[in-house]
Design a protein around this ligand. Structure first.
Ligand code: C2E
Ligand code: CA
Ligand code: CA
Length: 840
């Protein structure tokens, strides 16, 4: 119990403002002020007392818990918990017990206030019991309104029936008589015993006070008036009566005042129930309308013919609700857009089957002509007999959601630079096209387009010009195909064009695809204007036809890609069709690649060494040549697997392994005076040499093994030096400063110019074996060999002649100043054990 004195001035008035007090007191909203410290109620208004049924004295100074208003302390704490963290309690539904013990559904809001440095909670309470029940009725059964209506109708028929069977009585006042004769039926209804004669006016004493004037008025009027009124029987029970009064009816020969009385209590009660229900439903219907007005949703109804008969909702704020011009039309006749024939079909099927449908999406035109997306959901309506009455449901504008979906789709499925479909979308469309091709039994084609020398543009003139070119290419490609075809960008400078329905025979299809490819070639060969600078670019195109589901999406892309590489190999700026021979080579390559990886793991590689000799035949060093001792294929030549290792990047690891082997061999030879001067030449592939880790890893290797760098010679080929000239010079310089020397392998087969040769930090040229082979029979080759030798002399480079197989070849080269030789004449590449380092 609290210590709040009851006779204190009410707290709300404490601020001295009588206006606040008046507002508080007269508010139709129930309010109660409680003290935070102990939860005691310190002030309440009249509405609160009405709501909970207590007197003011009973509640002030107590807590709501003491009054057992809350179900339990935990519930109260849970409802009020947001306040502790500065949150709000707004329109929270709680169940509270009132004075008479009944439970009411109360919607409460709570504010924290401070009055005279004390913290209080000001509760606003609204009794929503009836509302919630009505809402529940609406929510659980939107047909409550209809039910109520039907009930009313049923009661009316009931009324007609009761008229026939219910007890009927009458009263008569004879002319000039002051007495009323009440019939037996009347007295039975009124429970007055047998028939009676009472003074006029006396029998009206039993009419309930409020209804008496009504009855009197009817009696005065008398003109066949019908009046319904309540009658208090002697046992105290109130019944409803209906009287029909008539002046001067002919009763036989007598003219009299006459009235018929009928008990309509049961009819009235039934009507009351129905009317109450109707009122409640209408209230909740209003509430429902208010809700739809607040949200952007609208409400619609259709008749059994699917014609709109009603719209509700805030047309003003959203403009999304259809206007009256839609009334009387079906959804499919209302001119909406964005729905495919198939979707309409499905929708119609659903509503004809009287099914619930959700989120049916379509487009409507706004007043300003712009399009909006709306989503419609609906449920069928049936009457109590179960016959279909129509549909009702809600609609909502989803333009923003659609926009967001479109944005997401764009990000996921489109290339941001060119706005073309990306690989993912292409794959999706391709798989659909394959299915469609099977269904229509018509051919399609995939054109794989790769820009020639795009990297050069990107590297020399900047990425933004590269991007600009890609955009223009995208634009031109789109112009080359029909709108139903797909142009996609796979990334980089790779594009794919997919065309469908290009013929029923392979021949037709090939001709059509060829035409499209030629069109693309011409379009992409036109000069480009890149920020004011003229630029020429050409594509290499690979074409793969598809027909039905013979190939998977991946296979098709691979085929077109392969054909594109054929175009590149054929000199670029051209078009090639996929051909199965090429495919066989490619799959063989794929098999080889997998095999190579396995071989590396299983260490099937080994090194053979071929001696390099001086003019007297003394071995000065060796060339390390890689061998693959395949588990089933036997010895595999490097020419077969080195290119694959290069293409797949495996060459770096493989080359590393060779270098490590060579270094270790150098260390072994370094231990003996007879071998410590021997050099080892190691072949280095372009891709391997270009690898950023090449130099650091080789330096590490030399350090770790302790191999003498002056004994290590790296053999490079011209082609690789050409492509990244400056970078190569840098790397060579760095390694040379450590003592490693460099030889240019296969010299004479490339395009090296003299000026270029002069700039490379080389130590040695290796005359390619193709010149050596015919040096005695082909004067051209002899001339080339001679020229290389004199060139090397002038550049101060040593020369090794490769592929020397005969004494004649050796002698010719010797005569022309060659001092180092390598070839079968001196020794084949052999395992270390078989290597004869000194001539016999
Ligand atoms: P290459 O660097 O020109 O190696 C010389 C090739 O000529 C070797 O072929 C060798 O066996 C062969 N040969 C040597 N003397 C004669 C001869 O008198 N007559 C004839 N007809 N041929 C002779 P091999 O061993 O089949 O190697 C082929 C190519 O594979 C090498 O050509 C080289 O470019 C590459 N290669 C070999 N091992 C490696 C390696 O470890 N790494 C890299 N990147 N490439 C390697
Ligand atoms: Ca070599
Ligand atoms: Ca060579």
């Amino acid at each position: 119990m609290s210590n709040v004195p009851h006779d204190d001035p009410p707290l709300i008035a404490a601020g001295g403002n009588a206006l606040y007090r008046a507002i508080f007191e007269q508010s139709p909203e129930a309010m109660v002020l409680t003290r935070v410290r102990d939860g005691v109620l310190v002030d309440v208004n009249q509405a609160y007392l009405n709501l909970c049924g207590y007197s003011r004295d009973r509640v002030l100074g107590r807590t709501a818990m003491e009054l057992s208003m809350w179900a339990d302390e935990a519930t109260r704490e849970r409802v009020l918990s947001p306040l502790a963290t500065g949150g709000q309690v707004r329109d929270v539904d709680v169940t509270l017990r009132t004075q008479d013990g009944s439970l009411r559904q109360i919607c409460i809001s709570v504010s924290q206030v401070e009055i005279q440095l004390q913290a209080y909670l000001l509760f606003y309470l609204r009794d929503v019991t009836a509302l919630r029940m009505a809402q529940a009725a609406v929510l659980s059964d939107e047909q409550a309104l209809e039910r109520a209506n039907e009930q009313l109708n049923r009661q009316l028929t009931l009324h007609q029936m009761t008229e026939a069977v219910a007890k009927v009585g009458y009263w008569v006042v004879y002319p000039g008589d002051a007495m009323v004769h009440l019939s037996r039926g009347y007295c039975e209804i009124a429970q007055m015993g047998g028939a009676q004669v009472v003074p006029v006016g006396e029998h009206l004493q039993s009419v309930v006070d409020e209804d008496r004037p009504l009855v009197k008025r009817a009696l005065k009027q008398m003109d066949d008036a019908i009046v319904e009124y309540r009658w208090r029987r002697p046992d105290g029970k109130v019944i409803w009566l209906r009287s029909r009064v008539q002046r001067q009816v002919e009763l036989g020969v007598i003219r009299a005042e006459f009235g018929i009385v009928q008990d309509i209590s049961s009819e009235r009660a039934a009507l009351q129930v129905a009317a109450d229900q109707l009122a409640a439903t209408q209230r909740s219907e209003e509430r429902f309308r208010a809700l739809t007005a607040l949200s952007s949703d609208w409400y619609w109804e259709q008749d059994a013919e699917f014609r709109f008969i009603r719209f509700d909702g805030d047309h003003e704020s959203t403009k999304a609700r259809p206007d009256e011009s839609y009334l009387g039309k079906t959804r499919w006749d209302s001119g909406v857009l964005g729905v495919t024939d198939a979707q309409w079909e499905a929708h119609r099927a659903a509503v004809y089957a009287h099914e619930v449908f959700l989120d049916f999406q379509m487009q409507r035109t706004r007043e300003d002509g712009s399009l909006m997306w709306v989503s419609i959901s609906g449920a069928p309506v049936f009457d109590s007999e179960g016959s279909f009455k129509g549909y009702r449901g809600t609609g909502r504008e989803i333009s923003a959601r659609k926009q967001a979906e479109a944005d997401i789709e764009r990000l996921a499925f489109y290339d941001p630079l060119t706005e073309l479909p990306n690989r993912r979308l292409l794959i999706d469309r391709l798989s659909q096209a394959i299915t469609a091709s099977a269904r229509r039994s018509s051919y399609g084609a995939l054109l794989f387009i790769d820009l020639d020398n795009f990297k050069v543009l990107n590297d020399t003139r900047g990425h933004h010009l590269g991007d600009e070119l890609l955009k223009q290419v995208a634009h031109r490609l789109t112009g080359c195909v029909r709108s139903a075809d797909t142009v996609a960008r796979l990334g980089g400078d790779e594009f794919v064009v997919m065309v469908e329905e290009i013929g029923d025979t392979e021949l037709d299809a090939a001709a059509q695809a060829d035409a499209v490819g030629k069109k693309v070639l011409i379009a992409l060969n036109q000069y480009y204007d890149l920020e004011g600078q003229t630029h020429h670019s050409s594509p290499s195109i690979g074409v793969a036809l598809f027909f039905g589901q013979q190939q998977s999406v991946d296979e098709l892309l691979q085929r077109a890609d392969l054909a594109m590489y054929q175009s590149k190999a054929a000199g670029r700026n051209t078009l090639r069709f996929f051909d199965p021979v090429m495919q066989a080579a490619a799959s063989a390559r794929a098999v080889l690649e997998a095999d190579l990886r396995r071989a590396m793991e299983e260490e099937e590689f080994l090194l053979h060494y071929q001696p390099v000799v001086d003019e007297v035949g003394k071995t000065t060093g060796v060339e390390a040549l890689l061998r693959w001792s395949h588990s089933t294929r036997g010895m595999v030549a490097p020419a077969e697997f080195i290119p694959v290792a290069e293409q797949t990047g495996l060459i770096f690891a493989l080359g590393q392994w060779v270098l490590a082997g060579a270094c270790m061999q150098l260390v072994a030879w370094g231990a003996s005076p007879s071998t410590r001067r021997l050099t080892i030449a190691v072949n280095v592939s372009a891709r391997q040499f270009r690898h950023p880790e090449f130099t650091p890893q080789l330096l590490d290797l030399l350090r770790i093994t302790g191999a003498n760098p002056y004994r290590l010679k790296l053999e490079l080929t011209e082609s690789m030096l050409l492509s990244e000239f400056d970078d190569a010079i840098g790397k060579m310089g760095e390694l040379r400063s450590m003592g490693v020397s460099f030889a240019l392998d296969d010299f004479g087969t490339g395009y090296s110019s003299l000026s270029y040769l002069k700039r490379l930090p080389l130590d040695q040229l290796k005359i390619d074996q193709s010149f050596v082979r015919d040096v005695l029979v082909d004067p051209n080759d002899a001339a080339i060999a001679r020229t290389i030798l004199s060139l090397a002399r002038s550049l101060d480079l040593s020369v090794v002649a490769e592929g020397v197989e005969t004494a004649g070849q050796r002698d010719f080269l010797l005569r022309n100043g060659c001092k180092a030789f390598q070839g079968f004449f001196f020794g084949r590449p052999v395992p270390l054990e078989s290597l004869q380092l000194l001539p016999d």
